[in-house]
Every structure is written in C-alpha cells, then in structure tokens.
Design a protein around this ligand. Structure first.
Ligand SMILES: Nc1ncnc2c1ncn2[C@@H]1O[C@H](COP(=O)(O)OP(=O)(O)O)[C@@H](O)[C@H]1O
Ligand SMILES: [Mg+2]
Length: 237
C-alpha cells in the first residue's frame, strides 16, 4: 500500500529520521512506537505531505509521483491535539466534505454515519467547544474518516484520554479497519494498546527504525535488544 525507501529528514542541522525503509500493507494496523522526540509525528507528516523529506522515495499504491491532491483525498491524518472550530459538531465533521464540494444531502448522510461510528450520534447540534476531551477527540476522529480515506494516519490518538475513551477509540480503530478495510498507521507509545490492536509494529529510536516485526514477534522474540528494553518499559524517556 505504501512503500518507503531510504527516507531521511532533518530540521536545520538536526537529523530527525535516518534511512527509513518500510512497507505498509493494505488493511493492516501498523503501530509505530518509540519514545517521545523520536520522529513519529515527523514521519506521519511526511507521509501526509505536510513536510518534505530531504531524501527518499515514497510510493503509494504503486504510484511514485502521484498528484498530492489525489493522495491527500484518499488519506487522512488525525493530529495528537486536533483543532476544533468554534462551530457545531456537525459543521466540524462536515468540513472536509464541504471543501471537496460534496452535495448537501450526501454530506448529511456521511456526517451521520461518521458520528455513529464514533458514538456521537444525536450530538450534531452541540457546540464543539463544549465537548469533553474524549468526545472532542472522537469528533476529530469522525472528521478524519468522514470522506472514507483508504489510509488513516493516527498520531497518538489516545495520549491524553481517560481509560474509557481510550477503549472507545481503540474500538473505533478496529471497526474502521474491519468494516471499511482502511489501512491504518498508528503512532503511539502505549505498549498495551499495541498488544490490543496492532497487526505489525515498527520501533523508531532516535530517528532510526530499529525493528519491524509482527506483533507476536515483537513481544515474544524481538530481534533487537533495544526493542526488548522499550517494550518492557526499561527504556528511560
Ligand atoms: N518543525 C520542526 N523544526 C525543528 N525541529 C523539529 C520540528 N518538528 C520536529 N522537530 C524535532 O524533531 C524531533 C522529532 O520530533 P517528533 O517527530 O515530533 O517526535 P515524536 O512524535 O516521536 O515525539 C524532535 O527532536 C523535535 O524537536
Ligand atoms: Mg509526536
């Protein structure tokens, strides 16, 4: 689905990603884990064309030089701290469809579907600013999936949530993949979450992808001693 070759990124003189080689498979939940400051967000932003790498190739579904608009229409990034417009829940979720010029009736259907998936049905008229933290994050999730992207990039979507909302978000992630066949890349440093929902795992350490493995592999027989330390919570960060 996505193939990344020899990717490098730096900000000024600071190297942030080094020689990243990775394939993301269709319909998988790929967890990108690693300590804070290790380059997860930067990597997702590059995939979503918000940053330009200094070197490297990214191939989306066999296309090496796709139009950015073409890909971005089929891909969605949920930010760690989503922006909320001072409007109703409906308007917040409908935004991505409206900018695409979709007709009103379809916008309504799609927004309602998305709100149903995230468990916010019936709240479309509420002011988004009055939502609780968990509800706001679920609204942002609805906004990310409302146009049915093929690829969903999630940047620590549960980092600031209470356990009940963490569970809800995890259920939504699984449901989206199972019902819509969405390919999902999930940046997280929540190891139990990886255990619960990931198919494959990549460990990013100081900008280097030190190991890519199946979930079973990474927990039972990690190839790199540093992976083992990170997974067992022995790494200080
Ligand atoms: N726009 C930027 N300008 C300069 N440095 C940046 C910028 N964005 C990220 N960085 C740096 O890149 C490194 C990786 O950051 P980030 O990708 O946010 O890591 P993570 O998401 O894993 O916590 C950090 O050292 C961060 O300070
Ligand atoms: Mg980050």
């Amino acid at each position: 689905m996505i193939r990344i070759d020899n990717l490098y990124m730096a900000f000024a003189d600071k190297e942030v990603l080094r020689n990243i080689n990775l394939e993301i498979h269709q319909e998988e939940i790929f967890a990108l884990i690693g300590p804070s400051g290790t380059g997860k967000t930067t990597f997702l932003r590059i995939l979503n064309f918000l940053e330009k790498p200094i070197k490297g190739d990214i191939e989306y579904n066999g296309m090496t030089k796709p139009g950015i608009l073409d890909i971005r229409r089929r891909m969605s990034l949920l930010f760690q701290t989503p922006a909320i417009f001072n409007k109703s829940v409906f308007e917040n979720v409908a935004y991505g469809l409206k900018v695409r010029g979709i007709e009103k009736k379809i916008v309504e259907t799609k927004v309602n579907e998305a709100l149903n998936i995230v468990g916010l049905d019936g709240m479309e008229k509420q002011k988004a600013r009055t939502l609780s933290g968990g509800e706001a994050q679920r609204m942002a999730f609805a906004r990310a999936i409302v146009y049915d992207p093929e690829i969903l990039l999630l940047d620590e979507p549960t980092a600031n949530l209470d356990p009940a909302n963490v569970m809800k978000i995890e259920e939504i992630i699984k449901r989206i993949r199972n019902e819509r066949g969405t390919t999902i890349i999930l940046a997280t440093h929540n190891i139990p979450q990886v255990r619960r929902i990931a198919d494959r795992v990549g460990i990013l350490l100081n900008g280097e992808l030190i190991e890519v493995n199946s979930k079973e592999g990474i927990f039972s027989s990690p190839k790199d001693a540093r992976s083992k330390a990170f997974i067992n919570g022995e790494m200080i960060y």
